[in-house]
Design a protein around this ligand. Sequence first.
Ligand code: HEM
Length: 149
Amino acid sequence: MAQLLIDNFRWIMALHVISVISWMAGLLYLPRLFVYHADAPAGSAQSETFKTMERRLLRGIMNPAMIATYVFGILLALAPGVVDWSSAWIYVKLAMVAGLTATHHAFGLWRKDFAADRNRRPARFYRVANEVPTLMMIVTVVMVIVKPF
Ligand code: HEM
């Protein structure tokens, strides 16, 4: 198993990055949809279209991409010699991953509010929420590429 991970390290890394890009695309786009959806009257044709877009984005792209990110990330972490567990960057990165996962679940709950026509948050709230995954993504990438500590 360990040798298999080492031999295919570059392929696993490629699959990890592909999954990360797909997950991040959804984490950045879904709150944009919420911004516009918040101003669409409940029951309008526009609101119903947003509901379909949000459901498909979350179920069709974001959920599978998050799972794939975890699977390939964990395989990388298990490959002997890839992570120096005495350095701090990996723990900061894992904290950011926890934050991105919590954000994903919060977005999932807010999607359900929209689906049931019970959203009460203003568009401004979702504009701010949109910046949260951006900041965590920046910290994550700096940790894994620069490895500053
Ligand atoms: C369960 C979640 C995750 C685990 C266990 C994990 C683990 C890892 C490991 C061990 C590496 C190899 C690090 C190295 O080069 O020394 C890696 C690479 C990478 N990870 Fe993750 N990761 C996870 C989630 C994420 C997320 C959410 C992002 C971005 C938002 C991300 C972005 C990257 C990038 C860009 C690389 C490539 C770095 C390079 O080219 O050297 N990872 N990951």
